[in-house]
Design a protein around this ligand. Structure first.
Ligand code: SAM
Ligand code: SF4
Length: 491
């Protein structure tokens, strides 16, 4: 730990940095929740005069927003910190901030890392600008995390988070290149959190231990934020929650659920598409949500609903409260209510005790579910979770890799078939911006940069067009497909 006192030279540096607007670089790992937190922090820092830079070299302050869901994500942060430690040997005044889930999980241990100056938990992000200013001024290590993470946040902390969210969650029009926001927040789109934390305690999952108890935000705050985003030009809003379909808020006589939020947000002028992630497979409110999806042209016909496994034995060990049969019945119900709905899933392969028979049950479920796409992860034991404490990680890594590849191949066949149905059809696309890489196998513009966007059902569409279309809706005729991408021509 550096000493409390600050000398003349650090005061001069402080005055210099404040006068010259310090540059801040933010690196973000993890899910949409983290992307949203990164956008909020970036907006808060800009509002007090910091410049956001894409380059670590130019930065006076480097912030890393971290993820703890799998060990690999944490290893990547440590390798990044190793690089920053090296940079600090020649630039000792560089301030390094680690925030988010890993900061909450590792706390003081992370602060012990030579490169790190500030460790800040997800619930403390409203304090980040002050922490950074203090670090520049006083050159002192700081740790701000929640001590008892499973305790309900006090009113003061809740108010601070609400104020932070509604002030900075509606400030930027997320257009690529302008706001320099992280991937996923571009092209007239924004994320809005409707719930914090999680109470589900799936046995493998670290989220309840780093994001705290499940809390639904007040509908008035959420709708107010969406209105401001619409005024700033945002056309698509994605509502975020770990179990977004479990959203529940009681105000006076009325209890609001996600369907109410979607209905109220649909009435906002300027908002054209509404999405919500991630859904937990449960009957509660499911019918109401499907109804609003079927009724409102603004609610996108897309459902991300992770199954995690197709084996009832493994689902039970994961503390998921449904069977494979009940899960498939929910998908049937969704397809009956919304004819062209696209469904996506998540799976964990190699969970403790998963034998070949369990895995084949997962393959069978994937065949029956006919997902548009799914995300497949190899089980990663997370310290403190019940699976880690009580179950041996007994599936060898080679077997996990093999199952991952087999399940991906199964899904790829289905995705390929579903994509081919789009050949020759015209689709409406919200343009995100230039495609990150040239699609060499695309039907148009071999080797050239192209635009990328998504359909309402979340299909990725690549086509040639001017970058000025970012954030606009266009119509594209599909002339070629691959399992995960549709290629087309601008109409
Ligand atoms: N709340 C969401 C849900 O219930 O599906 C998603 C939470 S988690 C951030 C995203 C995905 O990571 C999960 O759906 C799961 O497939 C995967 N995941 C979570 N913990 C994991 C672990 N310990 N090992 C491997 N994958 C994991
Ligand atoms: Fe984790 Fe389960 Fe909560 Fe999703 S629902 S965040 S997987 S504990």
């Amino acid at each position: 730990m550096r000493g409390m006192s600050f000398d003349f030279s650090s005061q001069v540096l402080y005055i210099y940095l404040i006068m010259s607007y310090p540059s801040v670089h933010i690196k973000s790992f993890g899910c949409q929740m983290n992307k949203l937190d990164t956008a909020l922090v970036s907006s808060a820092l800009k509002s007090v005069g910091f410049n956001i830079t894409e380059s670590v070299k130019e930065a006076d302050v480097v912030l890393i927003n971290t993820c703890s869901v799998r060990e690999h994500a944490e290893q990547r942060v440590f390798s990044h910190l190793g690089h920053l430690k090296h940079i600090k040997e020649t630039r000792p005044d560089l301030i390094v901030v680690v925030f988010g889930c890993m900061a909450q999980r590792l706390g003081a241990n992370l602060l012990g890392h030579e490169a790190v100056d500030i460790v800040c938990g997800p619930a403390q992000i409203p304090q980040i600008t002050e922490l950074v200013k203090k670090a520049i001024k006083e050159k002192q290590k700081q740790l701000v995390i929640t001590e008892k993470i499973r305790q309900k946040t006090n009113d003061y902390q809740t108010d601070a988070l609400e104020k932070f969210e509604s002030t900075y969650g509606s400030k930027d029009k997320h257009i690529p290149g302008q706001a320099r926001l992280p991937r996923g927040l571009s092209g007239g789109q924004a994320f809005v959190r409707v719930m914090r934390g999680c109470n589900n305690f799936c046995s493998y999952c670290i989220v309840p231990f780093v994001r705290g108890p499940e809390v639904s935000r007040p509908p008035a705050a959420i709708i107010g934020q969406i209105k401001k985003l619409a005024e700033a030009g945002v056309k698509q809003v994605t509502l975020l929650g770990q179990r977004v379909n479990a959203y529940k808020y009681t105000a006076g006589e009325k209890t609001y659920c996600l369907a109410d939020l979607l209905e109220m947000a649909s009435d906002i002028n300027g908002i054209e598409w509404l999405r919500f992630v991630t859904n937990y497979p449960s009957e509660e409110f499911f019918g109401e949500i499907l109804q609003v999806m079927a009724d409102s042209p603004k609610v996108c016909n897309y459902l991300h609903i992770p199954a995690q496994s197709g084996s009832d034995k493994i689902l039970h060990a994961m503390n998921r409260h449904y069977t494979a049969k009940q899960y498939l019945e929910l998908l049937d119900k969704a397809r009956a209510a919304v004819a062209d709905i696209a469904i996506a899933g998540d799976f964990i392969v190699g969970f403790p005790g998963e034998i070949e028979e369990d895995f084949q049950a997962t393959v069978e479920l994937v065949r029956k579910a006919r997902y548009k796409n799914c995300f497949i992860f190899k089980y990663s034991p997370r310290p403190g979770t019940t699976a880690d404490k009580g179950l041996k990680d007994d599936v060898p890594i080679e077997v996990k890799k093999g199952r991952n590849t087999e399940l991906l191949a199964e899904q790829e066949t289905i995705s390929g078939q579903l994509s081919r149905d789009f050949l020759g059809k015209e689709v409406k696309v919200l343009v995100e911006g230039p495609s990150k890489k040239p699609h060499l196998n695309s039907a148009v513009g071999e080797g050239r940069l192209q635009l990328v966007g998504r359909t309402a059902t979340d299909y990725i569409v690549v086509f040639n067009g001017p970058t000025s279309l970012a954030g606009e809706f266009v119509r594209v005729k599909i002339i070629k497909t691959s399992p995960l991408t549709l290629f087309g021509e601008l109409m």
